[in-house]
Design a protein around this ligand. Sequence first.
Ligand SMILES: [Zn+2]
Length: 358
Amino acid sequence: MENYIKVNEKVIDGHLHIEAWEQDGVSFLDFFDEYIEQAGLNTVNIASLPSGERNVSNNIMIAFYKLAHKNAFAHGGLVYPEYPAPDKMPQGMDFVTQYKELMEIGFDGIKMLEGKPSLHKLIGKDLSCDLFDPFFAELEKDGTHLLFHVNDPEEFWDETKVSQELKDLGWCYCDGTYASNEEVYRQINRVLEKHPNLCVNFAHFFFYSYHPEKLEELFAKYPKLGVDVTPGGEMYIAFDQNREYYKDFFVKYSERIQLGTDSTFPGRIEGCRWLLDRVYRFFATDEVVKGFNDRETKGINLPKEARENIFYKNFERTVGTKPKEINKKALMAYIEKYRCQMTEDENRRVDELIKRFI
Ligand SMILES: [Zn+2]
């Protein structure tokens, strides 16, 4: 096994996912422990993905993850009664109510995948429409951190550039049934115009690594807007191709940037460590390593202050220095309310967790 870096400074991995209950007998509750320990991470943030392929059980699992790991942060997500989403949500399931439920349970922020073209198409709504608007207003008012996946790499709209592997995942958006990437950006721009103080962190550099001037414009306009540097390997290739510019960029905007890896359970610890190693080395060293897409990249070795912002300070400033505690009563009420949306097997597993933790 390659020798991966154990970080010897404070680092928070702000972007992880849990997508299954177990893998080879290892529970979702335990998998990341080894990663955190071996990589020397300070802590992690798990971003729930309860829509599209998964359901409300993802929020519930991740609340239990927090109960089992008092120092872990988590972002909860919105759930949908059906797809496409209705014009008006059923009584008690509107997004403001859902947001308040998640906050009461003890989530530290909100995760949205709704800007990813595949989920965006499934939901079938303009992100700036009235269905979401009061919810964004509430987040803005509370200053709640929103980790928001919007769009995907530009080439996913270009049939000739998308690999078969990505096509099989359903991530080729060329058949005319998906919104264009310009259209999704337009919708988000309208959201930002209406809610200029939204504390939002766009995942994967907002897919602007080849158009950083657009990010600079947004940073100038919106004081609480940031991005994470969670791969997308294409980002690191773009950073490397434009090294001198990006070195200045990351120093100048270090207060807008957060670290994440997108490490996911089920998966392999080695995969998580590889991701963190490549991201960390890029910012903290000037080593040349074989990185994403098998390309060599050279680290930009940022000064300490910029690094600290990216590695943990921005996370603590926007999300919190200490994870919120799980409110068991609120969690139980949530489980009872949404039980009907889970499968029998999920209900059984949730009951086991209740026995163990509540
Ligand atoms: Zn992600």
